[in-house]
Design a protein around this ligand. Sequence first.
Ligand code: ADP
Ligand code: ZN
Ligand code: ZN
Length: 742
Amino acid sequence: MAKSQNRNEPIFRVAIALPVYRLFDYLAPEHVELIKVKPGIRLEVPFGKAKKIAFLVECVQHSDIDIGKLKRVERILDEKPLLSAKDLTLLHWAGRYYHHPLGEVFSAAFPVALRQGKPSVIQAEKRYALTELGKATDSGQLKRSPKQKSVLEKFQAHQNSLSEAELSAWNENWRSSVKLLIDRQLLQLSVSESGTHTAEPVVRNDALHCNPQQQAAIDTVCEGLGQFGVFLLEGVTGSGKTEVYMQIIRTVLERGQQVLVLLPEITLTPQLEDRFRQRFTVSMAISHSKLTDRQRASAWLTMQRGECSILLGTRSALFTPLKNPGLIILDEEHDASFKQQEGFRFSARDVAVVRGKLLNIPVLLGSATPALESLHNVDNKRYRLLHLPERAGIATAPVLQLLDIRNKRMQEGLSEALVAQMRLTLAKNEQVLLFLNRRGFAPTLICHGCGWVARCRRCDANLVIHYDEGILRCHHCGQEQRLIRQCPACKTGELTPLGLGTERVEKVLAELFPDKSIVRLDRDSTQRKGSLENYLQQINRGEVDIILGTQMLAKGHHFPNVTLVAILDVDSGLFSIDFHAPEKLAQMIVQVSGRAGRAEKPGRVIMQTRQPEHPLLTTLIHQGYNSFARTALAERKEASLPPFSYQALLRVQAQDAEMPKLFLQAVVELAQEYSKGRTQILGPVAAPMARRAGLYRYQLLFQSGRRPELHALLDVLMPKIEKLKQAKKVRWSLDVDPVDLY
Ligand code: ADP
Ligand code: ZN
Ligand code: ZN
């Protein structure tokens, strides 16, 4: 028999990472000193037959559940909460705003190791540094051992010690080379750096002399330190935004505060990391998905304890606790990867702004192509605009031009005119960059005899041809099959690749330019850790003539010797049904163009199109991104689309073809009962890709001109949706402020 419970026993109300909206009640552990127990601590609790990690939300005196049925908390994992009271407030806000279960929101704020209940100790990592001999040695002497040479160069570029984590992020095969370099007395184990403040200056003395616009931006943000404010740094590509960040960061560091810098992609962290390490003497933490759980937990904890001053990370680093918060920077704020697209679908930009407000610190958003929402927030005075209209130093803006390819002879996507321009550029020993946002050889395999098309069995999608690997692969569910030679339908027709992918262009480039070196950068070619960085180094050393790649190229990279950029197929972006598509296309064009002529030599951008009079293209070319954005905002206003209205998308999928629709019909009935007609309920409709990975998909869109009304409806609706009888038979998720209607 269970031992009798004291009716007045304190109860812990906890959040557990489960896809349900409710919290769970447990009896407090025996002999616990309640005044010492604070919300936010991690607990271990019995759950069903297993144990789970839970987060304490509050201590209460009364439970709706019979106290005799409550289980007891098994273990308290943290003496003190690892998150501050303000950050806990942020998580509660995020749970409410995104209508997402609180346990999953809490869980997202912690690195995996801590989520799993590991103790909050920082595992000491070894660090390595150059010896005096290593500093003085010319890496050319190691040309017989290219691996050691590249490690030595890495250290020489950093001028600072490097940790195991940093080396692993760079190249996983560093260990043997480091050992050999230690044997040669070029490297040594270094004493661990302390990030706490010393009398030492925080920067090395190599700041650039800023132009007046840069200086004005720096001064404005620095005057705003110590209080909340959002700044939108709109600077054309190459305008020196990074320099502005670094000079502001310097001031923050000198105030003894920490800086959180968020980047869209891990591919950009090494570049920025190098620049930061060359500038700053303080210790820096890095956090992104390619690091181990242990490394990410260390980065999180060193920031939490104030042992580190700068954190460079991707979206998930947003919630990292800061002992002395000073500034949050989001670089490339328009980038779609700041929006989490599964589970807890938060926008790192929007949550960063709320976090800045709670912590009372400024938030600096930077982009050459600000999101329409952000420009709208400037218009209504929520953000303050800082403008860098020109390229920094002596670099000039690239010239954009449309190349009409209607009725022109094309060779695998390359027009003769473009090839001629490429030859001229290459003859001057300058680099060419070609952009095509489709990897693989071709997006479709079709039978020339009967029209059969290779389709994915589990998705409404064609299989993509990957000749190099000899397979057909679905880019939506990942399913693969061997590349077939014979049409399975008519058995006689010839199978032909239809359309263009990077692999196919690479082949024709090799034929057209046999004596040039070509590098392809896409998700397939950069699978291996460190391979992207190796390619980038080759490019920057001038060992590459032609760079071909997908959107991976568009972001932030600095290729000083690229003077010609060509966008091979700009038209494919012009006809999407998603209202976000023109904005994304314009941003992509400007970002890719920004890779041209970033140093002394002027750059040119050629866009091949069959739509040379398309208003999006002509506005962009003749008037620039800002004019495009103004036009696009006016159109959104006209159509009452975001940011002039507010949306939430309810997505549903199931194995059964009918169930998603039935579920959403039940939701519509509920919603109509509560919405009082002020929030539009659009649907249910089949998702644009009606079947994916074997599941049937439907969606329902909520839209309202007033945000509070939309949220009030969702507040009452979500708990009721969870209890619908069809809810058990489908998988559903809510996306607040969706950026992708697919
Ligand atoms: P963005 O981040 O805006 O694309 P970067 O900060 O990468 O631009 O700057 C582009 C290039 O211009 C870099 O090589 C940088 O060193 C240089 N640069 C930045 N500011 C100045 C300046 N004030 N004077 C000279 N060169 C500068
Ligand atoms: Zn056939
Ligand atoms: Zn598929």
